[in-house]
Ligand binder design. Structure first.
Ligand code: UN1
Length: 517
């Protein structure tokens, strides 16, 4: 267990740097923070249970006020040339660089991931800002060949409107940036409903964006946030016809509900939901690399990434050696305060997550699983939010393996032939991230082919988690089908228009239709 030996950054330092106080209000669109619900939310440090701040949540009326500003701001913001919008996003990237240390520390303080991962999360924000700046000069559509003489066809992309962003506790700042950096260069304003478990991260991000928008004399409302209950704010947002796109990260259950409601009103969604990510470890693999990737994938972020490695499908000849080495690594995991640089694994987000961990282990045992390492709840600082990273040998078809448990539980299983490994791999409801460790070109290519992984992300010789922002991020099946972040995901934040232009004067009907009186 990592003991407190270094001088750790303090809550007061973090609060001061990011404009946070003990009592705050949960609605903002660029000016003063406000809220009139008299319904308070506490932000709790998962490491020791300390209350960090009290936030008055946004009410339904507050939501309406914010929405009005967001809509008005959209009408102004969309008129700025896209490269000018990119310049604002560039400045937000710079502001994030300046505050990287403190924002990374706040992520560790409020969410519990270790500091290097908190910094990594802020780096993702900076990277997506850089990506969006480049994009702002290249929101391009093709010119197409017309079948009619002296005609031209082309595609244009126009701003969409107010984009709704619903984010989860596990990436409390980066997911906002993935969505807003793109939405903003695309000419949209954004309304964010963050997880109620990480309100301070949301307030800090909004404060950073506000300074930049204000310094550039832009109208309030391009960046909006409403911290509030799912039952009030969440419901209003997904039902709101003024929001043409809802981008939501969270559980499959939540995503199905949101997808249904938004689909009913013919809105657009980007859903990034649960994963059940596996690494196949072939007997032809570099086992040292496989070990490092499996270890980070399963133990990193205390197993609370959508992309966390939840299953290892190991060729039977290397199974025993590999699992033995993995257990040796697990024994060395320093568990403790996430802000301490010696810590490798911080707490789970709350006691509810610990209960899920315990229930999953119990279910695994009942379903034929054998705990090879871990399984215990720890209380290094009083709060029962710490657990041991856990390895369980079990069959893929066990119900508990089919479910996503947001905890550091890794299920290990054997295979004989590679086709069987692919079958086991795909035999879960989710389809986010996947990997194979092999030095065989044929095995690797087969895994990436239509016969291989059915996931949105498929890797060779790297793990399942820690995707770069430049790629489209998301997955298939119960993962929801959405793509955010890199590649051409920006297209979802704009509306496409097909144009046909007649520059010859004569009217020609398509498909050779004649229509003359
Ligand atoms: C998530 O867990 O919701 O690929 C996002 C990764 C990170 C993002 C994870 N870049 O692990």
């Amino acid at each position: 267990m990592a003991k407190k030996t270094q001088k750790l950054v303090t809550k007061n330092q973090i609060f001061r740097a990011l404009g946070l106080t003990a009592k705050m209000k949960g609605a903002n669109c660029g000016e003063e923070w406000f809220a009139d619900s008299k319904d308070y939310l506490t932000s709790v440090n998962p490491t020791n249970g300390e209350v960090l701040a009290r936030i008055e949540q946004a009410s339904s009326r507050d939501y309406d006020k914010v929405m009005k500003k967001a809509r008005a701001a959209f009408l102004v913001w969309r008129q700025l040339p896209a490269p000018h919008r990119g310049e604002i996003v560039r400045q937000i990237g710079e502001a994030l660089r300046a505050k990287k240390d403190m924002l990374g520390a706040l992520v560790s303080l409020e969410m519990g991931k270790i500091y290097t991962e908190g910094l990594g999360e802020v780096q993702e924000m900076i990277d997506i800002c850089d990506f969006a700046v480049g994009l702002s000069r290249n929101l391009s559509g093709p010119t197409l060949q017309s079948e009619r003489p002296k005609h031209r066809m082309m595609e244009q992309w126009h701003p969409l409107g107010v984009v709704g962003v619903i984010s989860a506790f596990n990436f409390p700042v980066a997911v906002w940036a993935w969505n807003t950096a793109l939405a903003w260069v695309c000419g949209d304003s954004a309304l964010w409903k963050p997880s109620s478990k990480t309100p301070l991260c949301a307030i800090a991000c909004q404060n950073i964006a506000n300074e930049v928008f204000k310094a550039n004399g832009l109208p309030a409302g391009v960046s909006c946030v409403t911290i509030g209950r799912g039952a009030t704010i969440g419901e209003k947002l997904v039902n709101d016809v003024n929001i043409p796109l809802v981008s939501a990260t969270g559980s499959t259950r939540m995503g199905k509900r949101i997808g249904g409601i938004v689909g009913e009103r013919l809105g657009r969604t980007i859903l990034e939901l649960g994963g059940n990510n596996a690494i196949i470890i072939s007997e032809k693999a570099d086992l040292t690399g496989a070990l490092a990737s499996a270890f980070f994938g399963a133990v990193g972020t205390a197993g609370q990434r959508c992309t966390s490695t939840r299953r290892l499908i190991i060729q039977e000849k290397v199974y025993d050696t590999f699992v033995k080495k993995l257990i040796a690594n697990y024994k060395r995991v320093a568990i403790g305060n996430p802000l301490d640089s010696k810590t490798l694994m911080g707490p789970l987000i709350d006691e509810g997550a610990v209960a899920d961990y315990e229930n999953a282990i119990k279910a695994a045992k009942q379903q034929g699983g054998k705990v090879l390492y871990g399984g215990k709840v720890l209380k290094p600082f009083g709060a029962a939010t710490f657990v041991q990273p856990t390895i369980i040998a079990i069959e893929n078809k066990a119900q508990i393996v089919q479910d996503e448990t947001f905890a550091p539980i890794l299920y290990v299983m054997k295979y004989k032939k590679i086709d069987q490994a692919f079958k086991l791999h795909n035999d879960v409801p989710q389809g986010l991230s996947s990997a194979i460790y092999t030095d065989s070109v044929n095995e690797g290519e087969a895994f990436l082919s239509f016969l291989g992984s059915d996931c949105g992300i498929a890797n060779i010789n790297i793990g399942t988690s820690g995707a770069e922002i430049g790629g489209a991020f998301g997955g298939e099946k119960d993962t929801g089908g959405g793509r955010e972040s890199g590649s051409d995901s920006w297209k979802l934040y704009m509306r496409r228009q097909t144009n046909t232009i007649n520059w010859g004067g004569e009217v020609h009907l398509a498909q050779g239709v004649e229509f003359k009186a």
